[in-house]
Design a binder for this molecule. Structure first.
Ligand code: FAD
Length: 361
């Protein structure tokens, strides 16, 4: 069983105050790590976004950025290591074993716990993807440390040099900043597209450290018998769309949502929606934008009949340009939209579609 680092059972609390102190042993933890998520050689882009963020944190702390790549030995590992360096890593730890070919919680969390205990990074970041969420929870548990999930902002506290991880709380109505003061490493997950993709710099250089994992397949109870890709369902590619046309409850009924599809079609855009629309079954849930849906960063986000509630706003506010169409001039969406049209979306959407269609002819 993998051991936890020297994290204290209860946090040390100075008498009469709320000051939590790091033990001398935990002060030795250095460096900001990103666990690079790759499946069959394909890297999830959130890992590169996080390397950009790790670079900023590491520069503030004056430490190195480490990228950890887990998987089976293969020709693509060298390529992924090079990409991790190009996106900001100083050192890449490759941990390769046939048991790590497909993601499984047990071997991945055992290996990551061992690697953290060996190299002692002070911060570990993972994408809040399906894999990242599962792995982050598992290793935070074995390492007995704190994990802040679904962060929207990361910084270094000037007061104590700890990670200040900001995330929505109370159903998204407030933002809170969480610090892990007495435990190491400090862990956080961040959803895809929340952080900006850094510039790739092919001239960067870095070291590669090959780590030999201590794994025996027979100790793991889960076995991968086969991998069957889901070819039937094509998920909406909202996270990477340049233009998104989103509809909200202001469209009043399912049939009216066709107006959103029509405009999206002439613009070559993806279709998004607010939560009430996905809950009512007007569109599939993979098209929901917001706190419990997707985070998007398109060049243009058109929001029709969407009020702009905070839970929707957090999913789209990083768009380059937001155009809101709403019949209520006081709708909260006008507080953060770059352009607004006050009026009936049921009339404005077809008018826009018609105009763009004519320009396309
Ligand atoms: P409404 O709030 O009903 O707003 C409809 C808007 O349409 C109004 O502003 C109205 O003025 C306008 N309108 C009406 N008629 C017209 C017309 N003819 N033309 C133009 N405008 C018109 N929501 C999300 O979207 N994504 C999430 O991920 C999400 N996660 C959530 C998580 C939690 C824990 C909770 C509690 C809530 C979450 N919500 C989420 C719900 C969120 O709080 C709002 O209820 C939701 O975003 C409102 O959707 P809406 O703007 O489409 O509907």
């Amino acid at each position: 069983m993998s051991q936890a680092p020297a994290n204290p059972p209860p946090a040390k609390k100075a008498a009469g105050g709320r000051k939590f102190e790091l033990s001398e042993e935990l002060k030795a933890y250095k460096g900001v790590w990103v666990i690079v998520e790759q499946e069959r050689g394909k890297v999830h882009t959130v890992s590169y976004e996080l390397l950009g963020e790790a670079r900023k944190l590491a520069d503030k702390l004056g430490v190195e950025v480490g990228a950890v790549i887990l998987g089976a030995p293969g020709p693509f590992i060298n390529e992924i290591s090079g990409e991790a360096i190009a996106y900001g890593a100083d050192v890449v730890y490759t941990v390769l074993d046939a048991a790590l070919a497909e993601y499984r919680t047990e071997p991945y969390s055992k290996v990551m716990t061992d690697v953290v205990n060996t190299f002692k990074p002070e911060i570990v970041l993972l994408g809040a993807s399906t894999l990242g969420r599962d792995l982050a929870g598992a290793i935070a548990t074995t390492l007995l440390t704190g994990l802040t999930a679904d962060c929207t902002e990361l910084d270094i506290s000037p007061e104590n040099r700890s990670l200040a991880a900001t995330r929505p709380t109370f159903g998204g109505t407030l933002l809170c900043t969480i610090q892990t003061l007495a435990y190491r490493p400090q862990m956080a997950t961040i959803r895809p597209r929340v952080m900006q993709m850094p510039e790739r710099d092919g001239t960067r250089t870095g070291r590669v450290v090959e780590v030999t994992p201590n794994l025996a397949e027979d100790i793991f109870v889960t076995k991968v018998l086969d991998f069957i890709p889901d070819s039937d369902q094509e998920e909406a590619q909202l996270a990477f769309a340049d233009i998104i046309v989103s509809g909200g409850k202001g469209l009043q009924k399912a049939e009216n949502f066709k107006l959103v599809w029509d405009l999206a079609e002439v613009l070559g855009a993806e279709v998004g929606a607010s939560r009430p629309c996905t809950q009512a079954g007007w569109v599939t849930s993979d098209r929901q934008v917001g706190q419990t849906g997707k985070t998007v960063r398109p060049k243009l986000y058109i929001a029709a009949g969407i009020s702009g509630a905070i839970q929707h706003r957090v999913g789209c506010e990083n768009s380059d340009v937001i155009l809101a169409i709403n019949s209520d001039p006081n709708a909260p969406i006008f507080d953060f939209a770059h352009h607004g049209i006050v009026g009936d979306a049921l009339q404005i959407l077809p008018a826009l579609t018609e105009q763009f269609r004519q320009r396309r002819l």
